[in-house]
Design a protein around this ligand. Structure first.
Ligand code: ATR
Length: 269
């Protein structure tokens, strides 16, 4: 039986084993998917050992996405553009790194939530690994404007310069957003894990504007509450993105994309 796992620290809260078990059951596939707590300095040796043991693939979560990219013998375009990997696919001699986070987000926005990106003004908050992973897939959807704003004002400049070959990303600071309106504001900061939100000027949402937090559970609550009070017409957490990125990983491993609606409904229920 093919073996897979999510590697992270902490990883005990991960919903990935449940999601992949549901995908496998829905397609009548037999596989094993586990969760392993791995410290950062153990990632390299662990991946070598897992390869020798015959494991078929891994998902990487916090804090391994950046370091994991360097440990892969090859990487997809999505992984190169994100500078991070969340999915490892076994090769004969090592691991191929891919990144399905951005594809998962775009799929959740467009297919599940019916949120348009093409021709819209889109703002990404945060400039860490989570933000970086979604910018190229968002650009590919053809927004009228894609802006990125961060607490540390230098990081958006660096990211915009690095992704310049892919398209125009407008680097902003939180303060400079005053007076601007966006159709879609994505919170890719980790502030919510500390119960906080980025310090933003008020009235950030255009009419019908949507707020989306890449986090889910408690970590998404502060931003969603703020966004509603600020005038967002709709707010969503990132649980759908989690399920969709998992479906994309499953497709890369197993060659078939599972249906996600029932799995997402089950997690929400
Ligand atoms: P991740 O991989 O989840 O993106 P990260 O690389 O550590 O994690 O990045 C965290 C992001 O959240 C950064 O953009 C960080 O802003 P800084 O670059 O200024 O540190 C942002 N962030 C974290 N806590 C925040 C807070 N309380 N207010 C605003 N931004 C915050």
């Amino acid at each position: 039986m093919d073996r897979y796992a999510v590697l992270g620290q902490p990883v005990g809260h991960s919903k990935s084993p449940r999601i992949h078990a549901a995908f496998a059951a829905s397609l009548d596939q037999k596989l094993l998917y586990e969760a392993y707590e791995i410290a950062p300095d153990e990632l390299g040796p662990s991946l070598s050992r897992f390869h020798a043991e015959g494991w078929a693939g891994f998902n990487l979560t916090v804090p391994h996405k950046l370091a994991g990219a360097a440990l892969c013998e090859s990487r997809s375009d999505a992984a190169e553009q994100a500078g991070a990997v969340n999915t490892l696919i076994r090769t004969t001699s090592g691991w191929h790194g891919d990144n399905t986070d951005g594809a998962g987000l775009v799929r959740d926005l467009i297919a599940n939530l019916g949120v348009e990106i093409r021709g819209k003004r889109v703002l990404v908050l945060g400039a860490g690994g989570a933000a970086r992973g979604i910018l190229a897939p968002l650009l590919a959807e053809g927004p009228a404007e894609l802006a990125i704003s961060n607490r540390n004002p230098w990081k958006p400049e660096e990211i915009a310069a690095a992704l310049k070959p892919l398209g125009n990303i407008v680097p902003r600071t939180h303060l400079s957003l005053k007076g601007d309106r966006y159709d879609l504001v994505l919170n890719a900061t980790s502030a919510g894990h500390a119960g906080a939100i980025p310090r933003l000027p008020p009235k950030l949402f255009a009419d019908g504007g949507v707020a989306y937090d890449l986090n889910y559970g408690q970590a998404a609550v502060p931003f969603m509450v703020w966004a509603k009070a600020d005038g967002a017409a709709r707010v969503s957490d990132g649980l759908g993105m989690l399920v969709e990125q998992a479906a994309e990983a499953f497709r890369r491993w197993r060659g078939v994309r599972p249906e996600t609606a029932a799995v997402l409904a089950g997690l929400r229920g």
